[in-house]
Design a protein. Sequence first.
Length: 320
Amino acid sequence: MRSPFSNTSLSQVGVYGISVATDLDLIPHLPPRSGAPDLHVVAAEGPAELANQDPFYSSPTRDPDSVPAIRLYRAEGRFVARFVDAATFSIGPERIEYLLHDDTYAYALELWLLGTVLAFWLEWQGVPALHASAVALENGAVGVLASKQGGKTTLAMSLLQQGHPLLTDDLLPLGVEGDAIRGRPGYPQMRMWPPHARHFVDNPHALRRAHPYTDKRRVPVGPDGLGTFCDDVRPLQALYLPERTDKASIQIQPVAPTEALKAALRHSFLPQLVEAAGWQAYRLNALSQLVEQIPVRRLTYPEGIEHLPRVADAILDAEA
């Protein structure tokens, strides 16, 4: 069954530093691309052939019927990702085909694609990804590395309010090219809970929900939203590890490479899937190179969104 979000023609858009031709109507307004695409993402004509094999990865997270949230299979030069019993993505080096099994999960196709599926594909192509938001500063970019509700989105938003373009929110792909580490752009949208979003937009409840079963909102970035979006790959000049405290002072301190590597591994995207696929050694090498070349700084700041303008100023002063 095809997704109700799909259309018969392909649009070509940019995301995570690649050009994607797809028949999915994605909610974030992705920048257009031309020329030969790096990847096609299209509806499958039939189910993926798995020859009744067992998955090489089955997530510990399960639905109420004890079905794993995700299962991964290998199949003739590609991978097959099955999300509960709702959808399947057949992932090849140049083509990803999706098949929706349950219409009630149609809303999730975009979430799975822009999250797990493309992050996994990028890792396969040698592009590791971090749980981080990033903002462009002049000719470079700084990233904020944190887990869920760790402060990365609100810090990025505070820098956005000061006129610095968003590079990505939540998923930061790293282009490791020789002696350079580059951050790749995500898409022009942030996701925030209404109590946080109300500090940046007039009516957060008027914003579209991230999906039907959450109160988290989509905050568009660009001409139809807040601030501006950077659609270019940028040299990464620093990573910040945010830590909120009950003290009024703001401190920025260097993090030793060993501790920085542990933090990068802890906040890397899809660690269990990468390990199951056998790519952990490559990721470890790439992240070791990252912390050797890019300064990692611990950012300690007071709890409360009202303090974020001062925190943004401290980051900008450190990067001046």
